[in-house]
Design a protein around this ligand. Structure first.
Ligand code: SF4
Ligand code: SF4
Length: 286
């Protein structure tokens, strides 16, 4: 079973459109949506939730006011200013460090479990999908990404599928590192804008650092042909296979509005180019 991650560094480069097309074309796979902060793959794949599970974040401090003597020690030691003058803990600011609990002379502070989000096991028309939702203002998205990956891998192994197709998070932070760990191939989607190129290069550096094989695809290549040429040149000089180029076409917006993967939206140029890219991609997965 091969794990393929689609990332871009920059949000809005077309990563989810490409992931949805891979999910539609590959027959034997489990799909994982690791963009847990702003998931949108579900808009194109319409998962029907079969199993809903809680994701626990860091435990948060809670003060029992009946026991509290008002000495103020906890307020003094909290580096995150999470305790107000009425000795109430703000769960958003609390980082769960437990220093207040240790310092409290009357044992008035306990740590409480915190539900930071949910993850789901779903069915889609294109196969099983594992996805998640992180609560508002919750952190720990890296941990949730690792959990989604683990569940997708487990289901993939159980079902004996050929691929796990992973929609990665944007950026280069902890969730991206969690999504890169142990994948067989990272597909980097590059948009030929200056920020798109910079962000793609940064995420490729991260993938290289972890020894992950990288291939690229340029999305909306005709919005800036000069930048597209410079990406082609850069890929050649860095021995990074460039497996496809996709035109900018309003048909992509139509597919999003109609909530259908673009490769399923009749015969169109983008679908043809994506199918050609997927044929090239298969060679790197053997
Ligand atoms: S340290 Fe304990 S007793 Fe003192 S103010 Fe905080 S909760 Fe109350
Ligand atoms: S657990 Fe740490 S961050 Fe949370 S209120 Fe106590 S001292 Fe502040």
């Amino acid at each position: 079973m091969k794990q393929i991650l689609i990332i871009s560094g920059k949000g809005g480069a077309g990563k989810t459109v490409i992931t949805a097309s891979l999910a539609a074309v590959f027959k034997s796979k489990v799909i994982a949506d690791c963009d847990v902060d702003a998931a949108d793959l579900h808009l194109l794949l319409h998962p029907r939730i079969k199993e809903r599970n809680q994701f626990s974040g860091l435990a948060k401090a809670r003060i029992e006011l009946q026991k509290c003597t008002g000495c103020g020690e906890c307020i003094k030691v909290c580096r995150f200013d999470a305790i107000d003058s009425n000795f109430v803990v703000d769960p958003i600011s609390c980082e769960g460090c437990q220093v207040c609990r240790l310092i409290c002379p009357v044992d008035a502070i306990s740590m409480e479990n915190n539900v930071a989000g949910e993850y789901y096991i779903s069915e889609t028309e294109y196969g099983m999908m594992v996805h998640a939702r992180l609560g508002i203002a919750e952190e720990n998205s890296g941990r949730l990404v690792s959990l989604v990956r683990k569940k997708a891998r487990e289901y993939g192994e159980r079902l004996g599928v050929d691929y796990v197709v992973i929609d990665g998070p944007p950026g280069i932070g902890c969730p991206v590192i969690a999504s890169l760990s142990g994948v067989d191939l990272a597909v980097v989607v590059i948009e030929p804008s200056l920020s798109g190129i910079q962000d793609a290069k940064r995420v490729i550096d991260v993938a290289n650092h972890f020894g992950i094989k990288v291939v690229c695809i340029i999305n909306k290549f005709d919005i800036n042909l000069e930048n597209t040429k410079s990406i082609e040149h850069w890929c050649r000089s860095n021995n990074i296979p460039l497996l496809g180029k996709i035109v900018f076409d309003p048909v992509v917006s139509e597919s999003i509005v109609r909530r259908i993967p673009i490769v399923e939206l009749g015969d169109n140029k983008v679908a043809q180019q994506l199918k050609a890219f997927i044929t090239n991609l298969r060679q790197f997965l053997n």
